[in-house]
Ligand binder design. Structure first.
Ligand SMILES: [Mn+2]
Length: 470
């Protein structure tokens, strides 16, 4: 009896144990990225990427590789250096410097590919211990006319590298450029291929399950941390190595704090919850926010604000089509939020006046959309016509939307306590609705909209009977 009972129990919640999803990309995929990068650079360039050493203080979570380094190499260990010489003779185009195998160290900090693995598993033409980098630098630089570096915020590494390059360049007759390669890699990362889309889809699907788990647990008297814990459980049990970003689970007065970090307050009837939490999967981030009433039923004030934000989100998602520009998404969302704030009497004036005076920023102080991918605020230019003003730059983001781009759409309204001239019935009410949108030839595809988003769906998912039946 014991075993069948266990099997039935396992089958009933098999999704809680499944770690499936798309296979991790293979070495050819990373080689294709190196080739695509090389095609953007002069043939006599040398590209040097730094995979940062693990900071000794960061022991709370496993080391996460730098997104750019991983995208170009697949190598995910700390303290490594990758060198590409697209124009070099075959067998010298791709060199990796890595930590060598050393059981005494590996038994503490984890297994390493080592110098041999760098060649056999990661397809480097040659590999050396990372300690030998400076010694090998001269032959790697020889004949190169431009240095493209990626320092992954290791400033000391960058300064030493550029100094060595200048010394070498001083031998010649012309000054040789040393340039950050990150903008080139960022533009590559902006358009996702089928492999990346499959992984992002998984990250979003897992995050939807996590949101469903949290929704079913919310009620008065429950701590915010219970919702956060349920979501972390679902992400990690589903195969995510970590959360895509620090979870934001804020109720009542915390629902108006955009990046509320604590998640330790007991939720009360009559409050809203803003839950901005999502999983990382295969190093790719989802970014999903749902807002719902602690009691499981929207009050008329909560409904009024929610309806505006949802309408704004839908209008903005509809703009995420091939050929549109990024700020079309922002503009659509802002127009509806501003109209809604005027209708509720929270701001005064016409839409044009409110946008011009920026009085709406008292209640909607952030942009509507950012790129999503390996990083939650992913690489890629927005092509701001005016990047200097943070209030208006998203209204001037000229990046053209292309198939394979992925962006968030996340309008919100947040009414803090004691907002000037605002009826207290609106105080401490926050709503943000955020989904992950893939731009396709056939129109916008929402990767995360299976998380309950319509008021009726939310109220149904929060009913105790509905959570028991799951
Ligand atoms: Mn976001």
């Amino acid at each position: 009896m014991r075993i069948p009972t266990l099997l039935v129990a396992l089958a009933a919640c098999s999704s809680a144990f499944a770690v499936a999803g798309p296979p991790a990309p293979g070495p050819e995929w990373f080689a294709a990225h190196r080739a695509a990068l090389a095609a953007k650079l002069p043939p006599d360039a040398v590209v040097i990427l730094r995979a940062p050493a693990e900071s000794p203080g960061n022991l709370l979570d496993a080391y996460r590789p730098d997104s750019n380094v991983w995208y170009l190499t697949g190598f995910s260990e700390p303290d490594a250096i990758a060198v590409f010489r697209p124009g070099a003779v075959e067998g010298k185009r791709y060199v990796l410097f890595v930590k060598p195998r050393n059981w005494t160290e590996e038994r503490w900090t984890g297994r390493r590919a080592g110098v041999e693995g760098a060649k056999s598993e990661y397809r480097a033409d040659a590999a050396y211990p990372v300690a030998d980098f400076e010694k090998e630098l001269r032959p790697l630089f020889a004949g190169a006319k431009a240095l493209f570096y990626l320092d992954a915020r290791d400033r000391e590494f960058r300064e030493k590298l550029i100094t060595a390059w200048r010394v070498l360049a001083a031998d010649g007759t012309e000054p040789l450029p040393a340039l950050d390669v990150a903008p080139h890699v960022a533009q590559m990362r902006l358009v996702k291929d089928a492999t990346e889309i499959a992984i992002l889809r998984e990250a979003a699907t897992l995050s939807v399950e996590a949101h469903r788990a949290a929704l079913s647990l919310a009620r008065p008297g429950v701590n915010e941390g219970v919702l956060k814990a349920a979501m972390v459980q679902r992400c990690l049990a589903g195969g995510g190595a970590r959360m895509a970003y620090a979870p934001i689970v804020g109720s009542g007065p915390n629902s108006v704090i955009l990046h509320y970090p604590d998640a330790n307050r007991t939720m009360q009837a009559g409050e809203m919850i803003v839950n901005d939490t999502a999983c990382e999967y295969g190093l790719y981030a989802a970014d999903v926010t749902r807002s719902y009433p602690v009691s499981g039923t929207f009050s008329s004030e909560q409904r009024a604000v929610y309806d505006i934000v949802l309408a704004a989100q839908k209008a903005a998602i509809a703009k995420a089509v091939v050929g549109a520009v990024h700020h079309d998404v922002q503009d659509a969302s802002l127009a509806i939020v501003v109209d809604g704030l005027i209708k509720l009497g929270l701001v005064k004036g016409t839409r044009e006046e409110v946008i011009k005076s920026r009085s709406y920023t008292a209640f909607f102080p952030h942009g509507t959309s950012h790129w999503l991918g390996l990083d939650v605020h992913d690489a890629g230019s927005y092509e701001f016509a005016d990047p200097t003003d943070r209030w208006t730059r998203y209204s001037s983001s000229m990046a053209k939307l292309k198939p394979g781009m992925v962006l968030t759409v996340e309008p919100g309204i947040y009414i803090p306590e004691k907002s000037e001239g605002v009826d207290p019935k609106w105080w401490n009410l926050g709503v943000r609705i955020e989904d992950d949108i893939l731009v396709t030839e056939k129109g916008p595809e929402c990767l995360s909209c299976a998380a309950p988003r319509e008021i009726a769906e939310i109220e149904k998912a929060m009913k105790p009977s509905s959570s028991q039946s799951r």
